[in-house]
Write a protein that binds this ligand. Sequence first.
Ligand code: APR
Length: 240
Amino acid sequence: MEKLKPESSIVILTGAGISKESGLDTFRDVGGVWSKFRLEDVATPEGFARDPQRVHEFYNARRRNLLDPEVKPNRAHDALARLEQEWPGEVLLVTQNIDDLHERAGSRNLIHMHGELFKVRSLYTHRVLEWQEDLTLETLCPDTGRPGGLRPHVVWFGEMPLEMERIYEALSNCTLFMSIGTSGTVYPAANFVYEAHQSGAYTVELNLEPSNGATFFQSHRHGPATEVVPVFVDEVLARR
Ligand code: APR
């Protein structure tokens, strides 16, 4: 990777793999979330319409898991927060993850394109609320006082990811694109490397193993995120 101009901007995409060493399951690894639940039942609008209680129970379990004191940011999350703080140009972190580990590590310029586990949305007013409790069909919507009016503020399959315009704008201007801990299975995130490459960015995949999109990247660092991400961040900062 040649010297990066100090004013150049960096876009980082993360997926479930970056949170794996913090104790959160990925989706498609052996024993992952989609080996235990049918995504059609718990991560689609149709599944929520069919059986909202089952969807609430699925996200209640993940919310409780994220509240476990043992679950905390790892060295990869910390390294990305350090990169944002120390890099002279803009660093935008786009995560597919709905956990709050990037925030807790100190990342600020952050987009949760698939929503957030600690937020819910009113079905009546569409207002987004901070929320760490269980949700049930009896939970009253604070805006209307009506029961059953809240859903997880999570983007389900078939729904539009959040802040896509801002993401594509950043991809068209970045000089470095890093993809970390994602299988490159789900679009539009899986297409970001192509957009970045089209803009002339240097593209790097940091993942436990080659992802589905590995061939689209100019460079690869394969290994656990807590090992490969801090090392790569040091290399980037050395090129200021
Ligand atoms: N370090 C780095 N990478 C890892 C680690 C680790 N310790 N452990 C696993 N990985 C890699 C796996 O090799 C895999 O490529 O993380 C990736 C996880 O892929 P997925 O389970 O498919 O998760 P992700 O890519 O984030 O899924 C994208 O799919 O289900 C939807 O909305 C959900 O945001 C999610 C989206």
